[in-house]
Design a protein around this ligand. Sequence first.
Ligand SMILES: [Zn+2]
Length: 493
Amino acid sequence: MQVILVVSDTLRADHLGCYGYFRSTSPRIDRFAAEGVRFHNHVSQAPYTLPSFTSLVSGQFGTTHKVLANPSGQNPNFPVALDDTTPVLADLFRAAGPPIEIADGRYVGGGTLTASFDNLANFPNHPKWFVRGYEYHVSVTPGIQRMVGADVLHRRLFPWLEQHAGESFFLFIHYWDVHSPYLAPKPFGAEYPAQRIGREVPVHPAPGGGEYVSAWGPVAEVTPEARARIDAYDGGIAYFDHRFGELLDHLERLGIAEQAVVALTADHGESMAEHRVPFAHDELYEATVRVPLIIRAPGVSPSGAPESASRSAGLPAGRVVTALSQAIDVAPTLLDLAGIAPPVTFQGRSLLPLARGDVPALHQRTVSEWTRYLASRSLRTPRYKLIHKFTGGLALARPQPRRITWHELYDLAADPDETQDLAGELPEVVRDMDGELGAWVAGQLAPGEVDPLLRPELACWEPGPRAASPSGPRTGGALALLPPERNPWLSPT
Ligand SMILES: [Zn+2]
């Protein structure tokens, strides 16, 4: 069995053609989706890189694994870490397959080949759970440099694939091309600036008022500067799509495209001119937590021969799943495809029954979490999303913190862009969902344990002293755009 997990950083679902985007950013991904199963309502557990990847590889929610923020050089003693005893996806693949052979106390063989082409371990606290379990760990960037182009990545990756094409393996590949600063090489995205709002770029009236471009934001917020960034972001997607196609072509050339399982997803999305968090992945709106998940698993037997009658391997081509799925389901799904039992620590479930159409739904809700200048938790059901925002994280480390809490409620069926907060209109829905969310949090915590979103030491590196400054840099700016009555960084009145 060959399993390849591809994660594009910062790739929101609704900027891909197969997810309904009005631009043709993703011809190769669209064709790939037509050959596999596409999960239309797939939710990331966190909008930041480290928390989200930690959920992806551990199969756990943030409140359980406690990795809720990104570290930085500003806090080299960042105490956040995944417990060493929590298995991660690579551990589980590594230990599976041919029995582990020990002779005279030494490992001599057995297990499954594992490899990652990923530099998450270059984050300032060097998170070791992104290295654990890999026989090959290839980090192509030196120091704490994280951004790297797919062209450089492929120069390391393709020879490895050529060398190991005849073996069983689990391979994890992490691409950065879509992430800011949105520097796609020409000619990717070159045609986008000529597209006119109201012509090639469709506009509709938003339920919350005003003219709106889906997946971009209110027309009034799409300034020339914002527009240039949206076009550049989409250019990054077009470039990634081209390179992803190159990877698929390489599998074809090596003769393994018909047997390898390939899963494509993202750790989080990116807010465009939306929700007062422009061009960042803060907060828990769909722009940042709804990500693609597409799995192609051609029907094969363990020997590699095509298997037509059995449903024990392979997935249908072209199926679209609209039921809810979540990032913590990815690890159990990939293990299930390889015939490996999930560990008891997993909180997600295999998506194979959904992918094969055996059940209409697996989840009636999912939870995402975030903390920086605020703390926030969302409860997403097939129709609604409740977002609970409150003073938490770093704001609680201030002297005399100002304690604020509120809810927002969106009807995603009627208002997928989350333009109209219905919390005031539907108090009974808020009450029920908030009760459910509270019970969920209590169920995640040990007796007496403090909610990790209320622990400042687990929060993100920013904002520091500059946070309350309206003229501050990006994060300070997003914070400053909060209405004063909802800004926990202002002094108590
Ligand atoms: Zn990321």
